[in-house]
Design a protein around this ligand. Structure first.
Ligand code: SF4
Length: 244
């Protein structure tokens, strides 16, 4: 069974096991997503959420963040770790967005009408925004299909054989974006993160508990598809194409 069919089957098994994430169907304000993703760098969800909530409480409007000093912003986000660096990145990003919007507003509305590559290039031109953050903003806030790869998705995708073992992080984004159908990008992203956190640990993955164990190259080193499963995959692929 080919890589694409294996990926489609994995997405189906994960949706059966973990569900279709609610987040996958909701769009969030892009500037909020951008700031939230900067705050999530090098920390856990609980700390970054606390930092984000405190930032919004202290500075209800993004303009307030620009009026404040870097130190004041750093103090508001201290619980998220690396406060000075993140305060600098957040203020730098907001400043650039305000200048580029040419309306005086801190809004990414001006990205509407640009194509996928133009949007990605713009987001990558903001200091502190890498391919993962750009893809998250595109997928969850702008409704542009992109596949974000965090450290869990990168590791699990390699183990499952979706991308070659020696693929670089940057190249992996390109390969996964091309491999995963648009209709499945959000769901597979969220479910692979969950699998990576819960079961497919960096060391000692718990393959015995893994819903993908019978088809994972790293667990068994061989392909496990039956003809019946192959037909199901083809059906799913046709459905995914129609939904595009
Ligand atoms: S079978 Fe093991 S190595 Fe493969 S995805 Fe599951 S936990 Fe990871």
């Amino acid at each position: 069974m080919e890589k694409r069919a294996r990926m489609l089957k994995s997405a189906e098994i994960l949706e059966d096991a973990f569900g279709v994430p609610r987040w996958a169907h909701e769009l969030h304000d892009p500037v909020s997503t951008l700031v939230g993703t900067i705050l999530s760098q090098n920390t856990n969800d609980r700390n970054s959420s606390a930092a984000y909530n405190n930032l919004r409480k202290r500075f209800p409007k993004w303009e307030n963040v620009l009026s404040a000093s870097e130190k004041q912003v750093a103090n508001a986000i201290r619980s998220g770790g690396l406060p000075e660096m993140k305060a600098k990145r957040i203020r730098g990003a907001l400043k650039k967005i305000k200048a580029d919007s040419r309306t005086g507003r801190i809004s990414l509305d001006f990205l509407n009408g640009m194509n996928k590559d133009e949007v990605r290039d713009y987001l990558l031109s903001i200091g502190g925004i890498g391919p993962k953050t750009a893809a998250i903003i595109m997928l969850f806030s702008l409704g542009i299909p992109a596949f974000p790869l965090d450290t869990h998705v990168f590791r699990v995708s390699k183990r499952l054989g979706f991308i070659p073992e020696k693929t670089s992080y940057g190249k992996a984004h390109e390969l996964m974006d091309a491999l995963v159908p648009d209709a499945l990008k959000a769901s597979l992203h969220v479910n692979l993160i969950y699998l990576g956190r819960k079961t497919c640990h960096p060391k000692n993955p718990e393959c015995g508990k893994c819903p993908l164990a019978r088809m994972c190259k790293s667990a068994f080193g061989r392909k496990m598809f039956s003809t019946e499963e192959a037909l199901l995959c083809q059906k799913r692929e046709r459905r995914a194409r129609k939904e595009k």
